[in-house]
Design a binder for this molecule. Structure first.
Ligand SMILES: [Zn+2]
Length: 254
């Protein structure tokens, strides 16, 4: 018996589907709640992910702010569940997809990538042709109020955490800014961590995780995580001087 990284339910079959590449189609009735796909592979952070070949990056799933599971070098049936803006499946957890309703023989299995994607690694014009089609997928789709209302809690766990944190995020008070500057000279990362936990609402957030979940460019993210003095100075200045400005909005709804 050969074990695979990705598992597709035996009730479906992966096949080529024209423009969208591979897809999976039900070959037997699939009852609501059935696990249809389980994703496995190599876990990697964004930097490692970006260095992967495109043929592997397109068979991947984001499972945390800075963690992706990339499929094996050779395509497997479980890799092929495509996006739809009006899906019949969705995430049960970070790496499993279940049927959200009963699925008939011949139907294509789909899930909304907005329920699992939280960064810009897989954005594309959508041709799902459903009445709900957004026309374009985005790593920010999880922020959309219409999707949050439609899907309720049915997002990947890390995106649910972001949605919860966004409701808790707030600006720094004047005293918190003073405290941040007082600590900064002694321990920049501690000072920035404390401040970012407040503005992002992530009360247990780790510095690297909060930086990677923010809207900084990749270069800035890497500089901050490497402890680059100039990048840290710029961040603490921004947190101190621009509380309430777009900068805070950019990092707050994480
Ligand atoms: Zn669509």
């Amino acid at each position: 018996m050969t074990l695979q990284f990705n598992r597709l339910t035996p009730l479906a079959l992966a096949e080529p589907m024209g423009d969208v590449g591979w897809g999976s189609r039900a070959i037997a009735p699939i009852a609501q709640g059935t696990v249809v796909a389980t994703f496995g592979g190599d876990p990697c952070d964004r930097r490692e992910f970006d260095a992967m070949p495109a043929t592997r990056r397109e068979r991947s799933i984001q499972v945390d702010d800075n963690l992706f599971i990339v499929g094996p070098p050779e395509r497997e049936p479980g890799d092929a569940v495509n996006h739809s803006c009006e899906p019949n499946c969705g995430p049960r957890n970070a790496t499993q997809i279940i049927a959200w309703r009963d699925i008939a023989v011949g139907e294509v299995l789909t899930f909304d990538y907005g329920t699992t994607d939280g960064s810009d690694y897989d954005q594309f014009p959508c041709g799902c042709n459903t009445t709900m089609c957004r026309g374009q997928t985005s790593g920010d789709d999880w922020r959309r109020i219409d999707l949050q209302q439609r899907y309720g809690f049915r997002f990947s766990p890390y995106l649910l955490r972001r949605i919860t944190c966004a409701s808790r995020a707030r600006q720094l008070t004047k005293k918190e800014r003073v405290d941040m500057l007082a600590i900064y000279d002694r321990d920049p990362i501690e000072a920035l961590t404390t401040a970012l936990r407040i503005v992002t609402g992530r009360i247990h957030g780790q510095f690297r995780d909060m930086i990677h979940a923010s809207y900084f460019s990749l270069g800035v993210k890497h500089a901050l995580c490497d402890g680059d003095d100039a990048a840290c100075d710029e961040l603490v200045s921004s947190l101190n001087e621009f509380a309430g400005d777009p900068f805070i909005e950019a990092v707050s709804p994480l």
